[in-house]
Design a protein around this ligand. Sequence first.
Ligand SMILES: [Zn+2]
Length: 92
Amino acid sequence: MDMHNALPPSEHQATLTRLLHMLAVTEERELSCEEVFELVDYCAELQSAGIAVQDVLPAVANHLRLCADCADEYRALLRCLGMAGDETTATA
Ligand SMILES: [Zn+2]
């Protein structure tokens, strides 16, 4: 019997909530790569849902524009979500 093999998603949710709160407070501050890496999969989900990351998490969108490492990670996640293809449409 493996009735309790499902991990509660609340832990990840708590991390996300904490980061989002932190972002709301420190809007002006530049994010570290570590912080962006925590949020980048959430951003990819937003993007795949048709929500602009720029609108929800402008600080992250800004970091992704400036940081090749995080942009790379973000692009890989988008690819996982089936958002790959035209990189040309990603930049305005
Ligand atoms: Zn970075």
